[in-house]
Design a protein around this ligand. Sequence first.
Ligand SMILES: Nc1ncnc2c1ncn2[C@@H]1O[C@H](COP(=O)(O)OP(=O)(O)OP(=O)(O)O)[C@@H](O)[C@H]1O
Length: 265
Amino acid sequence: MIEAAAVTVRSGGRTLLDAVSFTAPTGSVTGIVGPNGGGKTTLLRALVRAVPVVSGRITVDGQDIRTRRRRWIARTVAEVGQRIDPDPGLRVVDEVSLGGLAERGVLRAGGTAHDEQVAGAIDTVGLTPRAFDRLATLSGGELQRVALARALAQRAPHALLDEPTNHLDLRHRLEVVALLRTIAPTVVVVLHDLDLAARVCDHLVLLHHGRVAGAGPPRDVLHPGLIDRVYDVSTQRLEDAAGRVRFEFSLPPERHLHPDTKESS
Ligand SMILES: Nc1ncnc2c1ncn2[C@@H]1O[C@H](COP(=O)(O)OP(=O)(O)OP(=O)(O)O)[C@@H](O)[C@H]1O
């Protein structure tokens, strides 16, 4: 379980997170949603002590992360970042191995079990034919799958994923969605696609201007009134006979992309 209690982050004179609290229970997928610049990535970074927290408390399985070594955090929480910036000289298999290293420690890396774990993770994301290729030769979507394989190989009890589907084609996107629950027992995932978030997440945290604008089951958080207010759009919520929810979004009626057009019309 990951818990944040009244977490505040400031940088460059700005408050990026303002007393943010949420719980990501074990055995569940918690989605972080919200408009651009709302603080989603900052929150994920704070959860692994990658940005300094000025007040509040973050615990991972009850352990205050300020009291733990970086190595413990790296081993306990797998991360798949938004920007994929690996060493282009590494091969796919090397990069995925690093996930195993975080779990086992450098000295005990290698060996059949480790190799099988790495090969299995590469296979799961469909990159076996590219396993010995340099990362520099991979596409954005392929790199994103490498990052997922690395997190899978780590077998950490917690995983943080920042927009893990943003570079992926339809098929691989569905595969990643299907994989989400197998990456770790506790998953926290940043998503922009609210339909997807409603479908795959057990809980959502809606961040707006660094504050929690809504939290709870998707059905409670994703209601048109709140989405309209936070995203400044017009939302229609559609539900089919099987109870599947879909949203349609448009600009609010009074909204014009070019204010000048409004003046002259
Ligand atoms: N190191 C930093 N110093 C100052 N401001 C920062 C820093 N990192 C991010 N910000 C600002 O903090 C705010 C939140 O950024 P963050 O990346 O967390 O948002 P986000 O919700 O993940 O956005 P997006 O949906 O665009 O990825 C933004 O206004 C951003 O410009």
